[in-house]
Design a protein around this ligand. Structure first.
Ligand code: GDP
Ligand code: ZN
Length: 458
């Protein structure tokens, strides 16, 4: 494959102490060598770091003192020749440096293009490339761990195994069709095929069950705090942010127009969504209308419904209960330091299966129980002890669901007594769908779209 040489600033822009301009491609070394005053980069050993100066070839002025790392392909991330020019930062000089390499023939990399090259050059498969993206965005250690496992290829291996399993049964069917008289070949009875379909379906279902947890780890549980005015919503928000170190996200290129705050509750990242809105709009139902609030709530993974222990339930409380009835919700009865006036039995009957936590936010009581309830809601199984890499990617989840669907079709076909070569169509389709997860059967446009989600310079 003939690919041009790409370049980008691969460290976050700003006042960082060190900035790196990275190049990858056939021309990487010769381009760097043209502006580097130091050892001859075309002859130095691979995987060495070389001190020198960057000279502007036009003006012969020194631009920067630098350390240049040289890595010859294929033992590099992209499998191409890679140059990393480390300089002391300062936006102006880094930009000048990038300009120089672009003038000399490198092309500015598109977002994610370095990782895309690693994929195109066969170093990593698609699910691993996506893991790189997840790593960049990981909000907690657990999320980081999931991405690392995926990068390690755990998911890939799992998918490979499922596909091998399917292709084997398809091959059996082929043989039976082609050589119906050939005695040594075990008859691919419907029973055996059914068994195989069942086995693979169960494995996929298991992956999907963990997908929910994976998504949560990666993106955070989007959480809405609701309740009528003065029940303690802002106090709850402050307590959660105060108790649990907020996670600062500082990823260049991520959108900042959505107002959200991250807190880490026992390893569970909560994304308190649009907190400013919730803070200012004390009465979510009244101010934005029932329809709008239903919409806000629908997008939340978790609702914290706050009630006042010191007042009887009001019409508004009942409305809120109605709004959350099909959602994931935890009910808080706050202000337990004040005399009890709320009817607890009524709350219990309204809350149905939702956990009910009593708190006094002013006396800092009940937060532990709340955090335990949150952790329990989202990590039903023992997430750490399971060695399988969790699926955390929306695209993977969709493909797994489709795979499960086409396996169900295959099962239906068998049960309806269809001929095996028809059953085989569904099985083959499952095999293809699974292949899309690791990039075996993906079209170019999808690949472009995926990699453009990466940060620049990765
Ligand atoms: P919001 O309107 O729902 O956001 O409620 P706030 O968090 O602004 O709290 C309203 C008032 O209730 C404030 O004066 C808080 O100090 C007070 N408050 C919050 N939690 C408690 C509590 O547990 N006990 C008592 N006694 N007062 C509380
Ligand atoms: Zn408030």
């Amino acid at each position: 494959m003939e690919l041009d040489t790409i370049a980008a600033i691969s460290t976050p822009l700003g006042e960082g102490a060190i900035a790196i301009v990275r190049l990858s491609g056939d021309q990487a070394i010769s381009i760097a060598n043209k502006i580097f005053n130091g050892a001859d980069l075309t002859t130095v050993d691979s995987h060495t770091i070389n001190y020198g100066k960057i000279i502007d070839p036009d003006t012969e002025q020194m631009v920067e003192e630098v350390m240049v790392s040289i890595m010859r392909g294929p033992r590099t991330f992209t499998r191409e020749d890679v140059i990393e020019i480390n300089c002391h930062g300062g936006l102006a000089s880094v930009n000048r440096l990038l300009e120089l390499v672009l003038q000399l023939g490198a092309r500015l990399a598109e977002p994610g293009e370095f990782t895309k090259r690693a994929f195109l050059n066969g170093r990593i498969d698609l699910s691993q490339a996506e893991a790189v993206m997840d790593l960049i965005r990981a909000k907690t250690d657990k999320a980081m761990g999931v991405a690392l496992k995926q990068l390690d290829g755990k998911l890939s291996k799992f998918i490979h195994r499922l596909r091998a399993n399917l292709i084997e049964s398809v091959a059996h069917v082929e043989v039976n069709i082609d050589y119906p008289e050939y005695d040594d070949v075990e008859e691919m009875t419907q029973g055996i095929m059914l068994e195989k379909i069942e086995e693979v379906s169960q494995e996929i279902a298991r992956l999907l069950a963990m997908a929910k947890q994976g998504k949560i780890l990666r993106e955070g549980i989007s959480t809405a705090i609701i309740g009528r005015p003065n029940v303690g919503k802002s106090s709850l928000m402050n307590a959660l942010v105060h108790e649990n170190k907020a996670i600062v996200t500082d990823v260049p290129g991520t959108t900042r127009d959505v107002i959200e705050e991250y807190v880490n509750v026992r390893g569970v990242p909560l994304r308190l969504v649009d907190t400013a809105g919730i803070r200012d709009t004390d009465d979510i139902v009244e101010k934005i209308g029932v329809e709008r609030s239903r919409q806000v709530l629908k997008e939340a993974d978790l609702i914290l419904l706050v009630l006042n222990n010191n007042e009887p339930l009001s019409e508004q409380d009942l409305q809120l209960f109605d709004l959350v009835k099909d959602l994931e919700c935890i009910v808080l009865i706050n202000k337990t330091d004040l005399p009890n006036k709320v009817d607890k039995e009524q709350v219990e009957s309204l809350a149905k299966d939702f956990p009910i936590i009593t708190t006094s936010l002013i006396e800092e009581e009940g937060l532990d129980q709340l955090e335990e309830a949150i952790a329990k809601t989202f990590f039903t199984g023992n997430i750490e002890s399971d060695d399988l890499s969790y699926v955390s990617n929306v695209r993977h989840i969709q493909l797994l669901k489709q795979s499960l669907h086409s396996l169900a079709d295959a099962r239906g076909a068998i049960e309806a007594g269809m001929p095996m070569d028809l059953v085989q169509i569904d099985v083959t389709r499952t095999w293809q769908l699974l292949g899309e997860i690791i990039g075996d059967t993906v079209q170019d446009s999808l690949i472009d779209q995926l990699f453009s989600q990466f940060c620049l310079g990765k």
